[in-house]
Design a protein around this ligand. Structure first.
Ligand SMILES: Nc1nc2c(c(=O)[nH]1)N[C@H]1C(S)=C(S)[C@@H](COP(=O)(O)OP(=O)(O)OC[C@H]3O[C@@H](n4cnc5c(N)ncnc54)[C@H](O)[C@@H]3O)O[C@H]1N2
Ligand code: MOO
Ligand SMILES: [Mg+2]
Length: 420
């Protein structure tokens, strides 16, 4: 059982189940204020208000073809094989309005996208017509009968006036932009992007630009988290890397929680001598949300709350840091933006290769999705330990191996979290 240990010191931590831990964080991820952005800056943002159609769309009966707008009943006589001749009384290019009504015996030349005149109920395409002039009057000849409604898109076919077209909480994509543009919404109400302060801890960390030194590594988690925050719609504020120094970490955390909507750190959350983030959170026990989660990687993921703001202290191990972000930070960042569905979607797919695991924590296995035979298979990464960095890039899902499973056989159905 994962939940048996008491929480008295850094070695005896009480592990929460992933869902419980997520809910603890989500309780502090309320929707932020809204702001308006120009239409072109709206993709990727979350809509703050419902959008109801201010007018029907299309707003007028619209021709779907270049041709002649007619009274369909007039063409019934073509059935006997004869051509029906109609007087052409109007010419309606796209963007113009008809000059009058079409009555029996008349037709209007009309182009695709133009407003169909009153009285006309069908458009005969140009290819099915011929023209002549009779006593100075232009005429169109129609050889085949046409049904009422043919080649006419009725007003309001797509959207009626007042329809709810876009609901608040949607992530705005290209199709939403088309709707907003159609209805003249050039300033789009969206939720402000949460500002996310990010810093790394670790005396071994070098900046990306520094040459490699013995015993040291370049800080890859910070740039990775910066990319992840951005991908989730947040505004990353990079606060650098600090050495494993408790006082330094304390003041940095304090400043960050006062300034940003969410603070994410990596490293120093386990039980080691220099695992200062763990110590820091334990100093103010009342603020701690959890310091162990029954999952792998990321079992040491720690979270605290201060002044209503969450400090999410992720493991330094790259794999755990990535998965901890996807499980805890991403939904919080989405929820702060008012997302209707802040959690990543779960799919049921077929396991592509055997997978075995050692302990009874839920395991999130990096995997790639493929469709070798039209079905979706998830292939676990060859290296998926918490400390492994390189396979993060090859993964488009995380296979969820439940706590009770020791291993899974290829061909069984598994749940995966689909990564963005
Ligand atoms: N005695 C125990 N040791 C460990 C335990 C345990 O329960 N008992 N837990 C293990 C597990 S599980 C994990 S996960 C790690 C967690 O480590 P920390 O979160 O304390 O992280 P660090 O010690 O700072 O670093 C771990 C590892 O990651 C590298 N690292 C750190 N920061 C970065 C960065 N910004 N970019 C790239 N790589 C980074 C660091 O150099 C270490 O190799 O603890 C286990 N130990
Ligand atoms: O916390 Mo560690 O990431 O379980 O492997
Ligand atoms: Mg450590």
């Amino acid at each position: 059982m994962a939940n048996r240990e008491p929480m008295d010191n850094k070695f005896g931590r009480k592990a929460l189940q992933v869902k419980e831990a997520q809910m603890k964080i989500m309780a502090y991820a309320a929707r932020l204020e809204s702001e308006t952005v120009p239409l072109e800056a709206a993709p990727g943002r979350y809509l703050a208000d419902n959008v109801a159609a201010p007018h029907p769309f299309p707003a007028f009966n619209r021709s779907g073809m270049d041709g002649y707008a007619v009274v369909s009943a007039d063409t019934a006589n073509c059935r006997e094989g004869g051509t029906v001749w109609l007087n052409v009384v109007d010419n309606i290019p796209c963007g113009s309005v008809p000059s009058g009504e079409i009555i029996s015996g008349t037709a209007a030349r009309i182009m695709t996208g133009a407003q169909v005149p009153e009285g006309a109920d069908a458009v005969v395409m140009l290819e099915a017509t011929e023209t002549r002039e009779l006593n100075g009057v232009p005429q169109v000849g129609i050889r085949k009968p046409i049904l009422s409604g043919r080649n006419v898109t009725p007003r309001g076919l797509e959207i009626s006036e007042g329809d709810l077209v876009l609901a608040a909480g949607r992530k705005i994509a290209a199709g939403d932009i088309a709707v907003l543009a159609t209805f003249g919404i050039s300033d789009v109400p969206v939720i402000r992007r949460p500002k996310v302060g990010v810093f790394a801890t670790g005396s071994e960390l070098l900046d990306v630009k520094e040459p490699l030194q013995p015993g040291k590594i370049r800080n890859s988690n910070s740039p990775m988290l910066e990319a992840l925050v951005r991908e989730a719609g947040g505004e990353p504020v990079m606060l650098g890397a600090i050495a494993d120094d408790l006082d330094l970490a304390r003041s940095k955390v304090q400043m960050a929680l006062e300034t940003y909507d969410l603070v994410i750190t990596t490293g120093g959350v386990s039980v080691g001598d220099y695992d200062i983030m763990g110590d820091l959170v334990r100093e103010e026990a009342g603020d701690m949300l959890f310091n162990k989660v029954a999952m792998r990687p990321g079992s040491v993921t720690t979270a605290a709350v201060r002044g209503g703001k969450v400090l999410l202290a992720l493991s330094g191990n790259p794999g755990a840091s990535y998965i901890g972000f996807q499980l805890f930070a991403r939904p919080a960042i989405a929820s702060m933006q008012g997302a209707t569905e802040p959690f990543l979607p779960e799919w049921t797919v077929i396991l592509g290769a055997d997978y075995s695991k050692v302990n009874n924590y839920t395991r999130f296995v990096r995997a790639r999705l493929e469709l070798p035979d039209g079905n979706v298979y998830a292939y676990p990464a060859a290296l998926d330990a918490s400390s492994v960095m390189v396979t993060i890039k090859d993964s488009d899902c995380l296979i969820i191996v439940p706590p009770e499973e020791r291993g899974l056989t290829a061909g069984t159905k598994v749940q995966v979290i689909k990564l963005p």
